[in-house]
Design a protein around this ligand. Structure first.
Ligand code: PEP
Ligand code: MN
Length: 342
């Protein structure tokens, strides 16, 4: 249920509503917006009796939410969520680019790649210190050593760090260095982990499970938000289909659907969808054309020697030209800004 407050509702009126919700044993999530504050009610198994709120001042309307997801939806928050990182933002007007090698490698290689990316204006560096691999015999990531290298990237290149969390035990060490915590496709269904992430301060980059419906994906985000972390970034990374020409099928329509249903920023990961570097740029372009707020791309300057996912790694030089095209596409599909008068 959604309690929409009047535009001029006072803080005290909002507090009276949230108190009333909590007294009923439910959770109240007040979300201030540009036009009005809405209080989302969660935790109720049955229909919340609307009469309870009769007579409380400042309420504009009470909306019953028919969808299973609430906090993620645009019904709750009509304007898009914008996450700020220094002078950069995700979900706003600028196109977000997160890039880096699949896994953290040696300090030399990792810093060299990070420096190349920073030179071209990429501010978000992504590499895994913990890797979810299909084979238990494959390289699993450098662990703490990898996190130490990421800390160096942060201090020496001044970049924001995105890295994957595989299990709750590693949360304290990851939280030390990560500016954004990535939850991979395989963990999208791990509800215990998702709940735990509701209690951290970092934004969560949540990747869609490779066989997850949009409802399941959105409910995974809802798990994080229901525990109090409203800073979730959705990432379409391709789903499993009958196609054999790429690793996964990038669900471009999902990008558009997610942007309509949810206020959360939506990124695309064309690298894991493509599986081969030659298809990464076209899929990135399609994603931005479909309305993605940005892309997460795997990059390596010596793909043959990459420790993980080398075949899909884009060279930094190719990323540079791709980014220029993505900017053009972004401009051409962006809704027209109203002309300022006066
Ligand atoms: C990754 O981002 O390196 C990764 C393993 O992706 P996914 O979880 O989407 O497979
Ligand atoms: Mn990878």
């Amino acid at each position: 249920m959604l309690i929409v407050m009047n535009q001029d509702a006072t803080a005290e009126q909002i507090a009276r509503v949230t108190d009333a919700v909590r007294e009923m044993g439910f959770q109240a999530h007040p979300m201030p917006g540009a036009q009005r504050t809405a209080v989302c009610v969660t935790g109720n198994k049955d229909v919340v009796p609307i009469d309870t709120f009769a007579g409380l001042p400042g309420i504009k309307e009470i909306i019953r939410v028919s969808k299973p997801y609430k906090l993620v939806s645009r019904e709750f928050k009509p304007e898009g969520t914008v996450l700020r990182f220094g002078d950069r933002s995700i979900g706003g007007e600028e196109l977000t680019v997160i890039a880096g090698p699949c896994s953290v490698e040696t300090a030399d290689t990792t810093l060299r790649i990070a420096e190349r990316l920073r030179e071209m204006g990429v501010q978000f560096f992504r590499a895994g210190a913990f890797k979810p691999r299909t084979s238990p015999y494959a390289f699993q990531g450098l662990g703490q050593e990898g996190l130490d290298i990421l800390a160096k990237v942060k201090s020496e290149c001044g970049m924001f760090i995105v890295t994957e969390l595989l299990e709750a035990e590693a949360l304290p060490m990851i939280a030390e260095v990560a500016d954004i915590i990535q939850i991979g496709a395989r963990n999208m269904h791990n509800t215990a982990l998702l709940k735990r992430l509701g209690t951290v301060k970092q934004p969560i980059l949540l990747k869609r499970g490779m066989a997850a419906t949009l409802d399941e994906f959105l409910m995974a985000a809802e798990y994080i938000m229901s525990e109090g972390n409203y800073n979730v970034i959705l990432c379409e990374r391709g789903i499993r289909t009958i196609s054999q020409h790429c690793r996964f099928t990038l669900d471009v329509a999902a990008i558009s659907a997610l942007k309509q249903i949810s206020h959360l920023p939506v990124l695309a990961d064309p690298s894991h969808a493509a599986g081969v570097s030659s298809m990464v740029a076209p899929l990135a372009q399609a994603s931005v054309a479909a309305g993605a707020d940005g892309v997460m791309i795997e990059v390596h300057d010596d793909a043959k020697a990459a420790w993980c996912d080398g075949p899909q790694a884009m060279h930094p030089d190719e990323l540079r030209s791709t980014l220029a095209r993505l900017e053009q596409i972004r401009r051409s599909v962006a809704p027209e800004q109203p002309v300022q008068s006066g």
